[in-house]
Design a binder for this molecule. Sequence first.
Ligand code: SF4
Ligand code: SF4
Length: 140
Amino acid sequence: MGKKLGFFIPELWRHIFKKPATVDYPFEKLKVPKGFRGLPVLNTELCIVCKACERDCPAEAIEIRTILEEEKKFQMTIHNDRCVHCGQCADVCPTNAMTLNNEFELSEPSRWNMKFRYAYTRQLRKKSDRNVDEKDKEIL
Ligand code: SF4
Ligand code: SF4
């Protein structure tokens, strides 16, 4: 027993002055790394409704509906209960309207709380966007 204790004391001594390897979550939170893929969020002021995000989402988590065609009103629903955080929607977005934030606490008591809806007016494509993805011109 004494021999075993002798073995542990230097080890204990070494660790007593070390910084803890864990954080006191949820009171303290670590910073997420650059490029972290949290929740997809839409900036309605940049969206030209090209529907590339809806088309390319592998989880079918993005749904765009026309509300009023004449007034160019649309509704986007992001089904975060289906999202796999691949970042494809942000990658294909030609105007950077879609981005993934740093949120990682995603649990909800109901999956219906995880559906984010945006109702908005389609933005016009800016000149500076034109060389980003020529294919979108056909859609617009
Ligand atoms: S991050 Fe991936 S799964 Fe989630 S909405 Fe975007 S494309 Fe779909
Ligand atoms: S890809 Fe971007 S611009 Fe196109 S519909 Fe999606 S969010 Fe809007």
